[in-house]
Design a protein around this ligand. Structure first.
Ligand code: LAN
Length: 661
């Protein structure tokens, strides 16, 4: 881009962005948005709909098929997520089954191309373990061909290092209904269509398959985390256990069901995520008349919470929504820009967003929390909304920061005792290594990761400290220190958190993000927390982070990391500048006092030029991620992160008296 001689005025850009945010703000004061991306979710729900004979009507079926069609890759496959650069056996097989169940005929080009890819890349027998599991529920794979998922593990004493209660809550809540369904070998009755699909998937060879030999088989496309020797040993032991008389099975199944029903009750049947929401309903479906009431409660709620009709079709979201998280960031972004925005347009947006924030803080612990492996919840904030109920470390921290930032401005406020509860909760979550994990204090040894049986996901077994979560909690504690002077012992926890962050910085100066792509995101969090906790801008850690970002800036002023960066754990350039990533980088540089003013200005100009006339920023590659491999769409990031970064850039200029105006 040739240097533009005209001084850059970001105010109109910020005002247009505010108008856009006002337009997108929903009736609850939050920002509902598309949270799709993962491709293994929808087929699991379609499988349930088939088993429970609840297929959607023709119109919705068409929208579901449209979605699968839109994400089908040029080679015929379906990737792990909607923008995958390669096919996945797991999601291609499940996608094939879903399309057929939704009425797409076997000779439809979409189906034939999918099946051709499956056969050219191995066979359905190589689908990753969660794929095989789902197929079992429909009788499209034999239970003998999967590694046992022993319900008896739930009867172990909690002190046992392998107790499932020690797993990351998402893995725990997925393997819980899986254990029940496995223990019952629950399988939908066969019918003509299932039988046809079975024939197609296995080319007529189903009856001849040696199932025990398939347990460890996995297609190359799905083998991101190959089974370790330790896992192979554990799997052999589980197979051995299955040959013993199942004296504990009944008790173990009852224990699993108790925990499943507790999870349903604690989350208003939303469940922690889309996978256990579907699997728990499978459980209730297979319980027969006894489970009917549970099923009937969950089914319509699921529809409302998890299905989203987006620009590319009807899809399943990765969570019931992302509204608390987006609202907390949108608030902070708008507050940073407050000086540039017309108050009469800003205030109503802030006020409604604040209502949402206040009304979605969690007010109570779940009943009998410890008995159900739940940590305290009171005073926390969730990622989505209060109904969902699971508090999260960084959501609590961002909620807390936003609540403090708006204190004294609106009539009905977050009550002070609840703000104190948030601080206590954040402190209770700190890990022994000084960092913070995502939902809970770390419970299992990091070595448990070696037993990750998912193949397609990395790091799902334990909730260990993350840069982002640690940063958010540190920033919140710094604010707590000012707001509640002397009330909490915070210096120790803050010091230990800083130590964790400093150790997490990589030799190239960057911080690796785990929940968005990737180094721009992690570095924004890492640097922001170091500065908030008192690091000086001349601190060598800050300097190294600044140098890292400057090295990665593109010639047009933007930043762009490809989504595969997360799975490769090394920077890969994206195709073109990315507004969210550029915003994180610019914001980091501004906060860090980067002296390369032209670099900052080029970034700001790029962001401004990228804005559409309605104040939005264009849709761009998905930027959220989980478990290293699966991208997920944070569709609002493009609407508020540029506001935040541009406002900070402008405020810096005002402070230094360098920017015109
Ligand atoms: C999320 C969404 C929110 C996200 C942040 C709060 C942004 C992050 O800072 C911490 C981790 C967290 C809570 C997170 C973890 C993994 C989730 C729950 C998801 C990405 C949403 C969907 C994903 C979940 C695991 C998807 C289901 C897949 C499994 C492997 C169980």
């Amino acid at each position: 881009m040739s240097p533009d001689p005209a001084p850059l005025d970001v105010d109109p850009v910020l005002t247009r962005a505010l108008d856009n945010l006002a337009r997108l703000q929903g009736p609850r004061g939050s920002w509902p948005s598309d949270y799709g991306g993962p491709m293994f979710l929808l087929p699991m729900w379609v499988a349930l709909a088939w088993a429970a004979k609840r297929l959607p009507d023709a119109q919705r079926t068409a929208r579901l098929v449209t979605y699968f069609t839109n994400v089908q890759r040029p080679d015929g496959s379906i990737g792990l997520h909607a923008e995958s650069t390669s096919g996945s056996m797991f999601t291609s097989v499940l996608g094939y089954v879903a399309l057929r169940l939704l009425g797409v005929p076997a000779d439809d080009a979409r189906a034939t191309r999918l099946l051709a890819w499956i056969h050219a890349n191995g066979s359905a027998l190589g689908a990753a373990s969660w794929g095989k599991f789902t197929l079992c529920l429909l009788g499209l794979y034999d239970w003998k061909g999967i590694v046992p998922l022993l319900p008896e593990l739930w009867l172990l004493p909690y002190d046992a290092p392998m107790h499932p209660g020690r797993l990351w809550c998402h893995a725990r809540m997925v393997y819980l209904p899986m254990a029940w369904l496995y223990g019952m070998k629950s399988t939908a009755p066969d019918d003509a269509l299932l039988s046809a699909i079975r024939h197609e998937l296995y080319q007529g060879q189903y009856a001849r398959i040696d199932w025990a030999a398939q347990r460890a088989v996995v297609a190359k496309a799905d083998d991101y985390r190959p089974n370790t020797r330790a896992l192979q040993g554990v799997n052999r032991a589980q197979v051995g256990f299955e040959m013993l008389p199942g004296l504990l099975r009944k008790r173990a199944l009852a224990e699993c069901l108790k925990l499943i029903r507790h999870e349903d009750a604690a989350t208003n049947d939303l469940d922690i995520g889309p996978v256990n929401a579907v699997l728990n309903m499978f459980v209730h479906h297979f319980r027969g008349p006894e489970g009917r009431a549970d099923f009937e409660r969950g089914w319509p709620k699921f529809d409302e919470a998890y299905l989203w009709d987006g620009h590319d079709g009807l899809k399943m979201q990765g969570y019931n929504n992302a509204e608390l998280w987006d609202t907390a960031f949108a608030l902070q972004a708008l507050l940073a820009a407050e000086r540039s925005l017309p108050a009469e347009r800003l205030t109503p947006v802030l006020s409604r967003a604040y209502d949402f924030l206040r009304d979605n803080q969690i007010l109570e612990d779940v009943p009998e929390a410890a008995r159900h492996y739940r940590h305290a919840s009171k005073g926390g904030w969730p990622f989505s909304d209060r109904k969902h109920g699971w508090p999260i470390t960084d959501c609590t921290s961002e909620g807390f920061k936003s609540a403090l930032a708006l204190e004294g401005r609106f009539e009905h406020e977050v009550p002070l005792p609840l703000l104190r509860d948030s601080v206590r909760l954040i402190l209770s979550w700190q890990n022994d290594d000084g960092g913070w994990a995502s939902y809970e204090k770390q419970r299992g040894g990091t070595w448990l990761e070696a037993l990750n049986p998912s193949q397609v996901f990395g790091d799902i077994m334990v909730d260990a400290s993350f840069v982002e979560c640690t940063s958010a909690c540190l920033q919140a504690l710094v604010k707590a220190k000012r707001r509640f002077p002397g009330e909490f012992e915070l210096d120790g926890p803050i010091g230990r958190g800083v130590e964790f962050l400093r150790n997490a910085q990589r030799p190239d100066g960057s911080f690796e993000g785990s929940w968005a792509v990737c180094f721009t995101y992690g570095t924004w969090f890492g640097v922001s927390a170091l500065l908030a906790t008192g690091a000086h801008r001349d601190d060598p850690s800050i300097g190294r982070a600044v140098d890292f970002l400057l090295r990665k800036q593109r010639s047009d002023g933007s930043w762009s990391e490809h989504g595969d960066t997360c799975r490769e754990r090394a920077w890969l350039d994206g195709a073109e500048g990315h507004a969210a990533q550029t915003s994180w980088a610019l914001s980091t540089l501004v906060r860090a006092g980067c002296r390369d003013a032209p670099a900052l200005e080029r970034a700001a100009r790029w962001l401004c030029a990228r804005q559409a006339s309605d104040g939005s920023w264009p849709r761009e590659p998905m930027v959220g991620v989980f478990n290293r491999t699966c991208l997920i769409n944070y569709d609002c990031y493009r609407h508020y992160f540029p506001v935040w970064a541009l406002a900070e850039w402008k405020n810096l200029g005002l402070a230094q008296g360098t920017t015109p105006r």
